[in-house]
Write a protein that binds this ligand. Sequence first.
Ligand SMILES: Nc1ncnc2c1ncn2[C@@H]1O[C@H](COP(=O)(O)OP(=O)(O)OP(=O)(O)O)[C@@H](O)[C@H]1O
Length: 518
Amino acid sequence: MIASEILNAKILIVDDQEANVALLDQLLGEAGYTAVTSTQNPAEVCALHGDNNYDLILLDLQMPGMDGFQVMEGLQADNPKGYIPVLAITAQPGHKVRALEAGAKDFISKPFKLVEVKTRIRNMLEVRMLYKELQNHNKLLEQTVQERTMDLTSANTQLTQEIEERKKAEKSLHKTYAEIKRLKDRLQEENVYLRNEVDQKFNFGEIIGQSDALSVIFSQVQQVAPMNATVLLLGETGTGKGVVARAIHRSSTRKDRPLITVNCTTLPATLVESELFGREKGAFTGSDARQIGRFELADGGTIFLDEIGEMPLELQSKLLRVIQDGEFERLGSPRTIKTDVRIIAATNRNLKEEIRNGKFREDLYYRLNVFPITLPPLRQRKEDIPLLVNHFVAEFNNKIGKKIETVSTNTLSLLRDYHWPGNVRELESIIERAVITSQGNSLQVLDRFEAIQMTDEIAGGNDPQEVKALAELEHDHIRQVLQQTGWRIEGKNGAALLLGLNPSTLRARMRKIGIVRQ
Ligand SMILES: Nc1ncnc2c1ncn2[C@@H]1O[C@H](COP(=O)(O)OP(=O)(O)OP(=O)(O)O)[C@@H](O)[C@H]1O
């Protein structure tokens, strides 16, 4: 490859003597060089080289007017760092070193020796061509490097962009994870944020709950409230009979008139009659003032007869009369008083059984049982427990000035698993105690409740008698003493004295833990 390029190399012969030019021209022609030109005028060499960029200039050093050294100076001045392809021709041995110092690459001596001329020209052109090839390769390499660099730069920019985007995506992913974690934590904690909207959504008056069982009650209340019909509320203690009675009154046309509550258990038997119907001054020993009875107070409104099953038989007939005719007399007065009262009665007893036992009048029962509503025990509507817990926590937070905000899933499942013999009232008092004793902002249920819980678990297991919670022991003990005294509370042979309690305290206690006469 180089061989053909060498023979096509551009060669300029510079000699003032025509004979020398001809000789060299012939010699080069015979050696196969194809692009050989010549000049006898040294002054035009620089311009010619500028135009043709020779691969080789055969330069005679001794010329008149402008010698070879001046020509080389001119060539160097035109191209200070470039390659000067000069092969000096000299007859003087002393000029050889000078010529090399002036920039010539080699020299040939005059008179010409054929082999020397041919070899030196060939060698010099070989080096020249190799150099050129190298330059071309370099250029190519540079170009490739440039192209690659550009590729790499753009790839790099793309990569940087991608990394940026990844980072952004990662950030938003982190954010999303954090949000999910926050929501998860919140769910796990079963936050009972004091959500008033929950109350608004799931209550009917004061009745909290969203269970199917309770929605039946809601619709019954809605149905019966606007009518004047007597309502009989049935259900275990603490299921919310009082709450429902209030809801009925408040949704009725009588809502602006009073709702009078009479608790037939807490009233001493001897006083029930005067409490209900009133008495004239001096009606019996010690009655030194006139008293308006609750039926009179409730005129135009509603009377709520709680624990109606506890009402003494003789009073039941008087009550029957009020219900039938709206009439009664005050104790110690013959005057008949007319009253317009709506009656709501409640009991946790089985009235039919009471009738069978001769303790409740059948006719009164039918008068009361016009629109019966049976409240489900809490254990049958456990789905209401979280809402109720939420409601009571908010209520006691308010009352006590605490800031309980969360209830752990554990606590909640503990509350859900319990069988709640005292129903909502029991739940309410457990939450009240828990709110009082809880540290921090999470509700902690008392040990005592856990003890009850444990009893239940054991009860479900081998020996129900083995462990009893304090509350149950108390319940059993009071019952036992009451049975012993024939259910007499007050007086010398009463249970209160035996238990070392005030009669009113004992009544309150009985009510609280759900002891009713049987
Ligand atoms: N669904 C409910 N929503 C909110 N609070 C309730 C609900 N049910 C009951 N309560 C609360 O539980 C407590 C007991 O309710 P209530 O006195 O109405 O029960 P009760 O069935 O009349 O009991 P008892 O038969 O012992 O008289 C009250 O403090 C009441 O506010």
